[in-house]
Unconditional design. Structure first.
Length: 267
């Protein structure tokens, strides 16, 4: 009943779904965070779902339903049998990774991966900070080690040096030049065990979110770096339950302020 046609709350909810691609849970949590004392702006995620599915048939209903995140009951193999492992020397195991990376309390510990396009012929590089869930997307010419080295180097260098601590990756051959990436950026690369996506949960979850923007079976080479940056910005400004419904951008900004404050105190 709170979501009546034309009300400010209804307009805000509709905008968050259609324009910002927020989930009902994210919307409900963020409204409580932004208006803690004003119960007129409080609405449960169940009420939002009911509002969507009870909406009269038409284009708006289709758009609202299309804005919801979809999932599969079973995860499909990402590579359809193609072996991405091998050809990597001097791998550093995830078991050697610093404990602070596991704790998620310190920024600068990243998880990396590729999402693949139609017939595995195109890809987008993904980097996610374990602490803030901040996402960086990298356009790559192809899934070769040379392309990944060039693209990840360029994107990681946009970060403050102290935010380049570790990168955890699977054993895909595109990371064969990991030692050069370490020299270029100062980051230390660690490799997860084979067939162990749970060792990189932040990246796995983020890749699922990205499929809202880049559906499976599409040609990912058509997207420019500018468009990838826009998508990353949208994700970084979505409230996250795991962050107390703050956004990754807000958490990252706070961490950078704390870093700058610490530097100022030292000087």
């Amino acid at each position: 009943r709170k979501l009546t046609e034309g009300s400010p709350l209804t307009l805000a909810v509709t905008h968050a779904i259609l324009q910002r691609k927020w989930s009902p849970e994210q919307i409900a949590g963020r409204l409580r965070m932004d208006y803690p004392e004003d119960k007129q702006w409080h609405v449960s995620h169940e009420t939002i779902y009911q509002f969507i599915y009870a909406h009269p048939a038409g284009e708006l209903r289709k758009a609202l339903i299309a804005g919801l995140r979809r999932g599969h009951s079973k995860r499909k193999p990402r590579t359809r049998g193609k072996d991405r492992r091998g050809g990597i020397t001097n791998m550093r195991s995830i078991r050697e990774r610093p404990e602070e990376a596991q704790a998620r309390e310190v920024p600068g510990h990243w998880e990396g991966d590729l999402i693949k396009g139609a017939f595995n012929a195109s890809a987008i590089g993904t980097l996610v900070d374990r602490s803030s869930r901040f996402v960086i997307l990298a356009r790559v010419e192809d899934a070769t080690a040379e392309a990944i080295l060039e693209s990840f180097t360029r994107r990681l260098r946009t970060l403050p040096k102290s935010f380049r601590q570790t990168l955890t990756y699977d054993q895909g051959r595109e990371m064969a030049r990991h030692q050069e990436l370490e020299r270029n950026t100062g980051i230390r690369v660690y490799f997860a065990d084979p067939h162990s996506p749970w060792q990189r949960p932040t990246n796995e979850n983020t890749n699922g979110l990205l499929r809202q923007y880049f559906p499976k079976g599409t040609d990912l080479s058509e997207y420019s770096q500018r468009r990838l940056t826009q998508v990353a910005e949208e994700l970084n400004n979505r409230p996250r339950k795991s962050l107390g419904f703050r956004t990754p951008a807000e958490v990252m900004a706070q961490q950078i302020r704390q870093l700058n404050s610490g530097v100022a105190l030292q000087t």
